[in-house]
Design a protein around this ligand. Structure first.
Ligand code: SF4
Ligand code: SF4
Length: 341
């Protein structure tokens, strides 16, 4: 069962020191006037608490953009074993935690991916509360509150942080902080509830999600797919930024001796022309229209049958990143629902 504690903001530096003792701390850092990135941070003043969405989501820590899976010589094939250290990620918002929950279903279900699993076991995940901007619609996707994947979740309540400690790993870590933690008072509990109530009234965009599964099937031939798909540049921006896109390619590189080499796994994108190319010079999603429809359907319907989940968590990254402004999940759903307001 979850444990609740209070960390006074005056004691934050003590908490920060404990995090540093645990391992490298990653948190959002401002990298340009409008963008943020998860980076290793040693000084707490460098944490960008105001960051809503980082350029790349936290999947990058577990499912690397490029990693060597095996090496080979003439006589043997060697698996590259993960050998990472313990680390923590601070500043994960509820949508990104929900995204990690989806990634876990892909990479931790039997047979689990050893590289992903190793990093997931070593990380301490610390969620933090946030207020939505004009691109956030996690409420529509049911991912707007801390429900999954975090070890510790921090809600900012005026002079203090309200901590939810959810896992054995989180409890073990927080045991080292007991000296400066408090039991929440009734007032703290009320401040916590008030924060989440205000937050839920702060969404600027969204839609009613009910019956989305049937809607996606009913509207499979809607002309909007042509309209949007014909504008798509197939640049693939929308997939690396998505917390739940997990497609990859395998690349074999032969060394100059021509008998040894390595096999790398690299992120791929279903929006690239040759992603669905197969032997015989055939491409089963040859046009941008087909590829964009596939991507939208995967986000809004693809996980319904195996897991009862959507793979869109409402973070808004694709909308912000699409150069021709056609990645607009809220606008698309409303158009399919015939809702114009
Ligand atoms: S589809 Fe877009 S809004 Fe939804 S989770 Fe992916 S990047 Fe975020
Ligand atoms: S970011 Fe936009 S233009 Fe680029 S592949 Fe995705 S939908 Fe197409």
């Amino acid at each position: 069962m979850e444990i609740f504690k209070i960390l006074l903001k005056d004691n934050f530096l003590k908490f920060w020191q404990k995090l540093q003792d645990y391992g490298t701390v990653y948190a959002p850092v401002q990298v340009s006037p409008k963008s943020y990135s998860f980076k290793a941070v040693s000084e707490p003043q460098n944490v960008a608490w105001q960051a809503l969405r980082t350029i790349l989501p936290p999947k990058k820590f577990f499912f690397k953009e490029n990693e060597t899976i095996l090496t080979y010589t003439e006589n043997e094939i060697k698996e590259v074993k993960p050998d990472g250290q313990k680390f923590s990620i601070l500043g994960l918002h509820p949508c990104d935690l929900a995204g990690l929950n989806i990634m876990d279903k892909i990479f931790l279900d039997y047979p689990s991916d050893t590289h992903y699993q190793d990093r997931r076991e070593k990380v301490l995940l610390i969620g933090t509360s946030c207020m939505p901007d004009e691109y956030c619609f996690c409420e529509s996707m049911g991912t707007d509150s801390p429900n999954v994947s975090y070890d510790i979740f921090i809600t900012d309540i005026n002079d203090a942080y309200f901590l939810q400690i959810a896992t054995v790993k989180g409890k073990e870590f927080m045991n080292s902080c007991n000296d400066f933690l408090q039991i929440p008072s009734v007032q703290n509990n009320n401040e916590y509830k008030e924060f989440w109530e205000i937050r839920s009234k702060s969404f600027k965009i969204g839609f009613k999600e009910s019956n989305l599964k049937s809607l996606m099937n009913l509207e499979i031939d809607n002309p909007i797919w042509e309209e949007l798909g014909n504008q798509c540049l197939s640049c693939g921006n929308c997939t690396p930024v998505c917390p739940t896109c997990y497609c990859f390619d395998m690349l074999d590189t032969v060394n100059l001796d021509s008998v040894s080499g390595h096999r790398d796994r690299q992120w791929d994108s279903c929006q690239f022309t040759m992603f669905s190319g197969v032997a015989g010079d055939f491409n089963f999603r040859a046009t941008p229209v087909e590829r964009l429809k596939f991507w939208y359907r995967h986000k809004l319907h693809g996980f319904d049958d195996p897991h009862g989940l959507k793979t869109c968590v409402g973070c808004g990254r694709c909308t912000v990143s699409c150069p021709v402004e056609i990645d607009d999940i809220v606008g698309l759903v409303k158009a399919l629902q015939n809702k114009t307001e």
